[in-house]
Write a new protein. Structure first.
Length: 503
């Protein structure tokens, strides 16, 4: 009886325009995470020059955030259900801002990797709490679809704001400044959110399963690390042992959750074909796109020679397309069908990635801009509708854990995508043949080649850069082609799994 009364009480406390003002605070948290994710790619060439990471360290800087956040999202979503989603959101936002300072002032690759990992711990509190609060603020399905669309559109807008703001900062300040832009957003979120956001939690949550938290963290990190290392260096005893440890931890996590009266995650949710189809679509979409996203800024700056601000503007069409699609996705899914909108979006992204296999150092912007626009539109439709499917399919008191599943799929896809597709790019790049006297540093990353060329005679430098850029673009072709295959496969799987699904 209590479990049905508590959510209604939350709805009564936020009436009229109040819930939309509360939504405005929630999307600030989404903006915070989206901006942080995009500015890192833009700052990568500068981080390479200053911290001099190896190619493997550079990949770790890019994906350790996703590793940690993927391992903790379910636990943090469940924690919010238990102690209060508002409390977890505001505490996480404060930590996120403070740790951003550590990222900004990192002086070694190891410190940067640690700072990104800690940022993942803080980031794991934000996204599940925002979606869970939306689930409890908006009880009308059409209003909730619009709210989720605004939530997704803000995340997409953050991917546009991040490169543009980051590009401006990189041209006028040092690379650490791109992390400090988190501070004013965090300050507004905490100060305004403490007044506007309602508190909500599961009224009968049961104890927090610390053993389950440990098992999910070990399992996620173990499996993703094994995949990453196998893709980069091949299978070895260490890689195999880590992967088996991770798989065993996840197996025992599932077994444990099935026996607990109040589990961290009700794994029976996956028995719903619609829920499982939406989660799988999210994971494969991000996996197929993330390698492109991580390396696109390097292509624009180090291959085509664009300034950081110009490179940020060049990525704008993807965000514009995603914002526009996110705002109308719910209406489109009701008019046509969930599977038509999701599958159409995934297929569009896959075809756009296939087009990007034709890129060269001299490719004009119209082709790239059009492809990015299609990627944004397709992703906006797919992500918004799948988030709505996941939220609508669970009781309100489990909104945090269900939201965490959605975000785990996203972050796990990002980690696996950077690991697998990033390793494809790195492996293809390292094989280039440079002129006599090419330093080993040039084979670690394209940023390393640019830095190495600065100390060589003009003719040698030009030959080195030409070979390095051609090899990098070849790797980008391979990653885009692999991403296209993944997205088209995801579209086919979603067509069957989402059959009959409605919002």
């Amino acid at each position: 009886m209590t479990s049905t009364l508590r959510p209604a009480h939350v709805a009564e406390t936020v009436k009229g325009p109040g819930r939309w003002l509360a939504l405005g605070v929630l999307v600030l948290a989404v903006l915070l995470v989206a901006v942080d994710a995009t500015v890192l790619g833009l700052a990568t060439p500068y981080i390479s020059e200053d911290l001099k990471p190896s190619g493997t360290q550079l990949l770790w800087i890019g994906d350790v955030y996703s590793f940690v956040i993927a391992g903790l999202l379910v636990s943090m979503g469940s924690l919010g259900d238990r102690v209060g989603r508002k409390r977890v959101l505001l505490g996480g936002a404060t930590a996120f801002g403070a740790i951003s300072v550590l990222n900004a002032y990192a002086t070694t690759p190891e410190t940067m990797i640690l700072a990104r990992a800690l940022l993942g711990v803080a980031g794991a509190t934000l996204m599940p709490a925002t979606l869970a609060l939306i689930r409890n603020l908006f009880h009308d399905p059409r209003e909730r679809s619009l709210a989720v669309g605004i939530w997704g559109a803000t995340a997409s807008a953050g991917t546009a704001v991040g490169p543009i703001a980051g590009g401006f900062l990189l041209e006028h300040f040092w690379w650490g400044s791109v992390f400090l832009i988190n501070l004013p957003v965090m300050a507004v979120l905490v100060l305004v959110g403490s007044r506007l956001l309602p508190e909500s939690r599961n009224p009968d949550p049961g104890p927090w399963d610390l053993a389950g938290v440990l098992l999910s963290l070990v399992g996620m990190i173990g499996v993703v690390y094994a995949v990453k290392e196998a893709a980069a260096h091949g299978f070895g005893w260490t890689v195999l042992g880590t992967g088996l440890l991770g798989a065993a931890a996840l197996y025992w996590f599932v077994r444990r959750q099935l026996t607990l009266p109040a589990p961290l995650l009700d794994v029976r949710l996956f028995s719903s074909r619609g829920f499982s189809g939406a989660v799988l679509a999210d994971l494969l979409t991000v996996l197929g796109m993330s390698g492109l996203v991580f390396f696109l800024s390097q292509y624009l700056q180090l291959v085509q020679g664009r300034r950081p601000f110009e490179a940020g503007l060049a990525e704008l069409p993807a965000a514009v397309g995603a914002v526009a699609a996110g705002l109308v996705a719910g209406r489109a899914a009701r008019r046509f069908s969930v599977r038509a909108v999701v599958c159409g979006g995934l297929a569009a992204v896959g075809l756009a990635l296939a087009v990007l296999t034709t890129l060269s150092a001299s490719t004009g912007y119209p082709l790239l801009g059009a492809a990015l626009l299609v990627v944004g539109v397709g992703a906006g439709f797919s992500f918004t509708v799948t988030a709505d499917v996941i939220l609508a399919g669970v009781p309100k008191e489990q909104a945090g854990a269900a939201s965490a599943v959605s975000e785990t799929a996203y972050e796990l896809g990002a980690a696996l995508g950077i690991a697998l597709l990033g390793s494809i790019v790195t492996a293809a790049y390292r094989d280039f043949t440079g002129p006599s006297g090419t330093p080993a540093q040039a084979h670690e990353s394209l940023g390393g080649a640019v830095q190495a060329a600065a100390g060589l005679p003009a003719d040698t430098a030009d030959a080195l850069l030409a070979a390095a850029r051609d090899s990098f673009v070849h790797g980008l072709h391979l990653a885009s082609g692999a991403g296209a295959v993944v997205l088209l496969t995801a579209a086919g799987a979603a067509w069957f799994l989402l059959k009959g699904q409605r919002l």
